[in-house]
Design a protein around this ligand. Structure first.
Ligand code: ATP
Length: 337
């Protein structure tokens, strides 16, 4: 199934996936099966999330993609190339990697931390500095304020942003992220998630992100891979499909009893489900919402204004009215793609 929603990045979709794992498996020498014969494809510009309970092989899978861990079976292709034939060090330079602990050099200032990657590529100090400052700006950190600080002089969320900036420094087509927003409080986490989605839409990177948080998975992912015990892939689907049709009881339990509510937060408005504005309704409307809102935001607006409908704007222009019946239609339509 094709990815849905505005974050799909489908304009880059070529028939060949950017990342293809075929029969990939990892058994550790002590006999632990961390990943069991996994097939997974990630399209160009797509953001795939690996989610599941602790110890089910998500990190192992991620680290096999950049060969920090060698698979025991199967093949991994990036952009059609078999990565097992590539020099691992050179391979890793072409793949951004963001981890929870960030891994910044504690005794280097922030700009210097981000400069390490362009310097590795042989850029002059001056170009590397300029690039680092652009990247800090891109992730929302003013280089003048933060560039001269040391990592311990930043908040957890700011350090995560530096980690993202550094991973982007080589302009890699592929970005691997292991619990990148795990170390920050829930409010900062949601902000970082939103900012990263915006950035990813602009940059069109192919991203594989590991999390154990189903909310993060369905918010961020174009497609979500749910892992089960023993490194088994239980389901790989769009958030809408996963929430509406869990493949088995394990997935149903994992996505939770409130999955119906979660569907509201992953489905965006569509003009097709709005009713036309008329004079009577115009008088009944509270504050209008934007056309790119989610159904959850739409329902929240109806409840906040205590009205059975909400006006919808595209920029400054009113485009229609959404009612609870329209919400229902939109939910059903989100599955027919
Ligand atoms: N070097 C190792 N030797 C033996 N077993 C290992 C080794 N590294 C990881 N494992 C096991 O492989 C399994 C998968 O680990 P992995 O780190 O991939 O899980 P995960 O899904 O990322 O977990 P978490 O969410 O807790 O980070 C676990 O049972 C783990 O104990």
């Amino acid at each position: 199934m094709e990815p849905t929603g505005s974050q799909a990045g489908t304009q880059h979709a070529a028939s060949e996936p950017m990342i293809r794992l075929t029969g990939i498996g990892k058994t550790y020498p002590d006999g632990t099966v961390a990943v069991h014969e996994l097939d997974l494809e990630v399209g160009r510009g797509e953001l795939a999330v690996l989610v599941g309970p602790s110890g089910c092989g998500k990190s192992t899978t991620l680290k096999m993609i950049n060969r920090l861990i060698e698979p025991t079976t199967g093949t991994i292709e990036i952009d059609g190339d078999d990565v097992t034939r590539r020099d691992p060090v050179e391979l890793r330079r072409g793949i951004g990697y963001v981890i929870q602990a960030v891994g910044l050099f504690p005794h280097q200032r922030i700009t210097a931390n981000v400069m390490t990657v362009p310097l590795l590529y042989g850029e002059s100090k001056r170009t590397a500095r300029q690039r680092a400052e652009e990247l800090l700006d891109l992730v929302g950190l003013d280089p003048k304020t933060y560039g001269g600080r040391y990592p311990h002089e930043l908040s957890g969320g700011q350090r995560q942003r530096v980690g993202v900036a550094r991973a982007l420094a080589a302009d890699p087509p592929v970005l691997l992220m292991d619990e990148p927003f795990g170390a920050v409080d829930p409010v900062v986490r949601v902000r970082l998630q939103e900012e990263f989605l915006r950035l990813q839409r602009d940059l069109g990177k192919t991203v594989v992100l590991v999390t154990h948080d189903i909310d993060e998975a369905v918010t961020m992912g174009d497609r979500v891979a749910v892992f089960a015990e023993g490194g088994r892939l239980a389901q790989y689907a769009t958030p809408a499909a996963l929430l509406a049709h869990p493949a088995d009881d394990f997935v149903a339990d994992f996505v939770g009893a409130t999955r119906g509510l979660r569907r509201l937060s992953v489905t965006r408005l569509d003009p097709a489900h709005l009713e036309p504005m008329d004079d009577v309704k115009a008088g009944e409307l509270g504050t209008a919402i934007d056309l790119d809102s989610t159904l959850e935001e739409a329902l929240a607006a109806m409840l906040r204004d205590d009205r059975p409908m909400v006006g919808v704007k595209d920029g400054a222009r009113f485009v229609g009215v959404l009612t609870p019946a329209g919400v229902h239609r939109a939910l059903r339509a989100s599955l027919v793609e």
